[in-house]
Design a protein around this ligand. Structure first.
Ligand SMILES: Nc1ncnc2c1ncn2[C@@H]1O[C@H](COP(=O)(O)OP(=O)(O)OP(=O)(O)O)[C@@H](O)[C@H]1O
Ligand SMILES: Cc1ncc(COP(=O)(O)O)c(N)n1
Length: 268
């Protein structure tokens, strides 16, 4: 019997469906991994912004993790919005205890509209507890600046930041280029612990970029669950997000979601 690849997302729910758990599950499905979720926080959210955040109690997060551990152990997992130091510590302890492999950490901090998705006092827990467990860490440029305490403007700065994060314990790092200035291509920098690779992209001038980081990290996790190598996984994720941004859905009147089925449609 063929084994079904299973991928888990540990993240916040986005009622608007463009980011968080909802974006992750759609991405897993499109890439052929069976998707599972542990919800860390419920957000009331749409394309205009975040209207409310309700963190899930830690005991309930642990119950969700244990239910999956006992019966449905994933081949890969992805973390997104973790909101507090308490949640980061509980999730990290679980990953360590059960030696979960293929851990993609998207260090979500601030939503596109400016809402805090991670408490400021939780950054240290992220650095100390979770980053050392990351097989692949995927900060955007402002997140990499927060984690390294350095400002990042040049390519050399991005390479130095990737090395700094590797020294914190992350196995591999992708510094995403979405936040580079608008006249620049959104090149992502992938550091595999030995070599730097540039993941080329074409900038699409659109406001429909809600959940791009979630989708990108979820695509990496799905590919790792399918048994692909890290370099293959990040390259597929880059193509996946490029297609998803290139074929927007025009939903809502703010930062709309990307189009998760564009990749598969273009492969067909
Ligand atoms: N306008 C764009 N055109 C093409 N690719 C883009 C664009 N914006 C982002 N990307 C790509 O999308 C991926 C996610 O990058 P980004 O820097 O937007 O992450 P993020 O800020 O964490 O996203 P989010 O916070 O929305 O989840 C990267 O591969 C990046 O290069
Ligand atoms: C639950 C959740 N997780 C992550 C994001 C980040 O996505 P974006 O930066 O596009 O708002 C979000 N808005 N909501």
């Amino acid at each position: 019997m063929l084994k079904t690849p299973k991928a888990l997302t540990v993240a916040g729910s986005d009622s608007g469906g463009g980011a968080g758990i909802q974006a992750d599950l759609k991405t897993f499905q499109e890439l052929g991994a069976y998707g599972m979720s542990v919800i860390t926080a419920v957000t009331a959210q749409n394309t205009l912004g975040v209207q409310g955040i309700h963190p899930v109690p830690v005991e309930m997060i642990l119950k969700q993790l244990n239910s999956i551990e006992e019966d449905l152990r994933p081949e890969a997992l992805k973390t997104g919005m973790l909101f507090s130091a308490e949640i980061i510590e509980a999730v990290s302890r679980h990953i360590r205890k059960y030696e979960w492999k293929n851990v993609v950490v998207d260090p979500v901090m601030i939503a596109k509209g400016g809402a805090d998705l991670l408490r400021r006092d939780a950054v240290e827990a992220l650095k100390k507890q979770l980053i050392p467990l990351a097989s692949i860490l995927t900060p955007n440029i402002p997140e990499a600046e927060q984690l390294t305490g350095r400002s990042i403007s040049t390519k050399q700065d991005r390479e130095d930041a990737a090395k700094f994060l590797h020294d914190l314990g992350a196995g591999m790092i992708v510094i995403k280029g979405g936040h580079l200035s608008h006249d620049k291509a959104p090149v992502d920098l992938f550091y595999d612990g030995e070599q730097m690779h540039e993941l080329e992209g074409r900038r699409i001038d659109t406001p429909q970029t809600h959940g791009t980081g979630c989708t990108f990290a979820a695509a990496i996790a799905a590919e790792l669950a399918l048994g692909k190598t890290p370099i293959h996984a990040v390259k597929t994720a880059k193509t996946f997000i490029q297609e998803a941004i290139s074929h927007p859905l025009h939903i809502g009147s703010g930062h709309g979601p990307t189009n998760h089925w564009a990749y598969r449609r273009n492969q067909a």
